[in-house]
Design a protein around this ligand. Sequence first.
Ligand SMILES: [Zn+2]
Length: 262
Amino acid sequence: MADLTLTADQEAEAQRLAEIIAQKAKEEALRIARLLVSKADHELLGATEFEVRDRVHAIGVYALETALRERKKWGYQGSSTACPHCGDSARFVEYRPKGFVSLLGELRLSRGYYHCGHCGHGHFPWDATLRLSPQRLTPGAQEVVCLAGIQESFGKAAERTLWKLAGLRLSESTGERATEAAGTRLGERLQAGAVFGQRQAWDWNRDARGQSCAYVSLDATGILMQGPAAAKAEGHSRAEISARKAREWERTATLTFQKTPR
Ligand SMILES: [Zn+2]
């Protein structure tokens, strides 16, 4: 983490937050210490590492929750604000609590709720500011959930990979919906001409007519499987990869290819 330059007010606020977080850190340190002294030498590592990680995450999620709670306004924008659905005036109703999954685990926060009498929709301005997803994921959690979601089936990502690698426990459908939503946003940005990373001039190959050309191959159809006793078997369809996910891959690859510079 880079050294930060804070104003005097920010430094005072940081000191105050640190006091609050330190209490939690002390509790968790004691939990970790009790866990560790209870283990025999051969149990000190392995499963214990995962338990220690959970306790360390608990300190982190408490820090996030505390910082969010101490912001006070919680997305309050006055007694009324513009409705994002119809542009009419939406009035403040109340603060509503909700749980979200962050990179460090579950956190709960209260957000100002506004209701529009004209179109009947409600909205939470703070959810948009904090970039919380409809799947109740924070941006950090979204990033790792979507990364896992494009590596393997949503079921395995949810049951095994996210839990083991990141300590996150969430349902298969949450992972699926978050990954598909990210794929859709990516597709929309690519279609709008967005370029990710540095612009680059490519030295394309030329075909017989002097036209620049490139080849792209994509396999989203089958996976080779072994039969009983290692016998040769037909390729199976990727039953675990939903057809929707495969289509998303194809769409993204096609869009990427179309937007590649000539
Ligand atoms: Zn409205």
